[in-house]
Design a protein around this ligand. Structure first.
Ligand code: ATP
Ligand code: MG
Length: 362
């Protein structure tokens, strides 16, 4: 077993530098308590503020640190006031996903009891589903490639779905459904698309069903994205593993975050065959940056996902134990309903939430 695990840390912009310190404290302590390999943090300066200062959003040296690390922990990147010349926002997280081929964006929709939730139905309080968002192509393929007619009469963007990425994405979803089934979950994968209107999605559905043949023990289902927007609000407890294209996944992850109470509760991981980035579903929240109000829970839970992934990858079961400890500490901190981050109308700021979780680690 390795004795140390190296992690590139990209705090980034806005609330990023506020939610990283409590997260690193919690991960360090959990690793120590679980007897896991110690975590070596390598800080990388990148993002919109860095671009405004230097003209580079993610320097080559930072990219090299990220490439050489065992995992990448990223808080948030981008500020509405700082843009590339074409008007799009600075988004090194998208560059990392493309550079390291991080095709599987894993977004758990798992509720934490004690957190105020939007759904009145009590079944909404025990959700445990996962949305997998393809993270390298799809409708985001057009980034930096938009065509605007010379006479300004139209603009067009291309969507691209590839067989190579789609097959790996679906295999990832089915493997996850199988692991979850072994732990008592339904064992079902729902493909979310718009195959009734867009031909590429009809093609994608065919690839999905081809992959499904290799997993006869897993149920499959295909659904249109508009219907899923309705169903995820009306009966989210009916879903197990969902898989979808990049942009649909971007939109539905925010819906999933709302089902958990808010963006400050929603962790995520972007996983490829050799690298992975762990970051909250939310962005840099410039409207509350600098006020110490941000809820660090999504960041902390993303760190737990990182420990789990590292543990499986490096044959270090103690790192998986540390991940479980962090998740339990988060649950314990919120359990009695007294810990209310600003996001839920309460007064607990970033430091208070971080401290509450740290104390529950023991
Ligand atoms: P991105 O394009 O990177 O997804 P975004 O424009 O969708 O970013 P966010 O930065 O995610 O926007 O913020 C959306 C809203 O959610 C803002 O009002 C923000 O303050 C709030 N928010 C986001 N993250 C948190 C958090 N951790 N704690 C509290 N509020 C948050
Ligand atoms: Mg967003």
């Amino acid at each position: 077993m390795t004795r140390t695990l190296s992690v590139a840390v990209l705090a980034g912009d806005g609330i990023g530098p506020e939610i990283i310190p409590p997260t690193l404290d919690i991960l360090d302590r959990a690793a120590r308590l679980a007897g896991a390999p110690s975590l070596e943090w390598h800080h990388v300066d990148a993002g919109a503020a860095h671009y405004a200062r230097t003209g580079e959003s993610l320097p080559v040296a930072g990219m090299d640190i990220a490439r050489g690390a065992d995992a990448i922990l990223l808080a948030a990147m981008g500020l509405p006031s700082v843009r590339y010349p074409d008007g799009t926002e600075i988004a090194p997280q998208l560059e990392l996903r493309e550079a390291f081929d991080l095709y599987a964006g894993v977004r758990p929709i798992r509720t934490v009891p004690g957190v105020p939730l939007p759904l009145a139905d009590s079944r909404g309080a025990s959700l445990d589903a996962v949305l997998i968002r393809e993270s390298t192509e799809g409708l985001f393929y057009c980034r930096g490639r938009t065509k605007i007619a010379e006479d300004d009469s139209f603009a067009s963007d291309e969507m691209r779905l590839t067989r190579h990425t789609s097959e790996r994405l679906f295999a990832f979803a089915f493997d996850l459904a199988r692991q979850r089934k072994a732990a008592g979950k339904p064992g079902r994968v729902t493909l979310i698309d718009k195959a009734n209107v867009i031909g590429s999605f009809a093609w994608l559905r065919r690839i999905f069903l081809e992959t499904a043949e290799r997993y006869p023990d897993i149920e499959t289902e295909c659904a249109y994205v508009d219907a899923m927007a309705l169903n995820l609000v009306r009966r989210p407890w009916d879903y197990d593993v969902m898989v979808t294209e990049n942009m649909f996944g971007d939109i539905l992850s925010d819906l999933g975050a709302a089902l958990m109470g808010g963006l400050g509760m929603a962790p995520s991981a972007d996983i490829g065959d050799s690298h992975a980035v762990f970051q909250p579903c939310h962005g840099s929240a410039p409207d509350i940056a600098g006020e110490g109000k941000a809820n660090p829970t999504a960041m902390i839970l993303s760190g737990a996902m990182m420990l789990e992934w590292l543990g499986h990858r490096h044959d270090a079961p103690t790192a998986v134990d540390a991940a479980r400890m962090v998740e339990h500490a988060v649950s314990a901190a919120f359990a009695d309903g007294a810990l209310l981050p600003g996001e839920f109308g309460g007064s607990a700021g970033t430091a208070a939430v971080g401290q509450a979780v740290l104390e529950r680690l023991g």
